[in-house]
Design a protein around this ligand. Structure first.
Ligand SMILES: Cc1cc2nc3c(=O)[nH]c(=O)nc-3n(C[C@H](O)[C@H](O)[C@H](O)COP(=O)(O)O)c2cc1C
Length: 143
């Protein structure tokens, strides 16, 4: 059994989050995920979230229980949940499909180092689709 899993989910915001609320969310995620050795990405376009969590099944289950119960979003839907051979993300980070004036940041440039498997390619397509759906460039915040 693989000790490394990923869980991919999407959800809708309950009410738009301000920049400072997003900053607080980012800090919560970063510090906890680092302690739990969870990597991944959280994309946000103002209305939707798309999250990828990578880690041991136990670590993912613990954090996802809290995420699901979080009242800042609703309609949490699991898109994928299963073993992976390697992590796609070196750390946990957050991408905002938010600010067209900021330089840089296609999802591919920073988040996907390389693709080895069909799952990697599918994840890449999912992240691109989210970005295209939002219709704006993605700004990736440093983790
Ligand atoms: C869309 C979304 C994604 C989240 N992702 C994470 C995450 O990756 N890691 C994490 O620790 N908390 C995440 N949270 C926050 C948790 O739901 C929870 O508020 C946080 O872990 C603090 O929990 P605590 O107050 O019980 O310590 C997320 C919340 C939302 C709305």
């Amino acid at each position: 059994m693989s000790l490394l899993h990923h869980l991919i989910y999407q959800s809708n915001v309950v009410a738009r989050l301000s920049a400072s609320e997003l900053g607080r969310l980012l800090e919560q995620c970063r510090s906890h995920n680092q302690q739990a050795d969870i990597t991944g990405v959280l994309l946000h376009d103002g209305n939707r979230f798309l999250g990828v969590l990578e880690g041991t099944p136990a670590a993912i289950a613990a954090v996802f229980n809290r995420i699901e119960a979080d009242c800042r979003h609703t309609g949490v839907q699991v898109l994928a949940d299963g073993p992976i051979s390697h992590r796609q993300f070196a750390c946990w980070t957050m991408g905002l499909v938010d600010d067209v004036s900021q330089p840089g940041g296609g999802v591919g440039d920073e988040t996907i180092p390389c693709m080895h498997t069909v799952t990697d390619a599918a994840l890449w397509l999912l992240l691109r689709e989210f970005q295209v759906g939002a219709g704006r460039p993605l700004l990736l915040l440093p983790s």
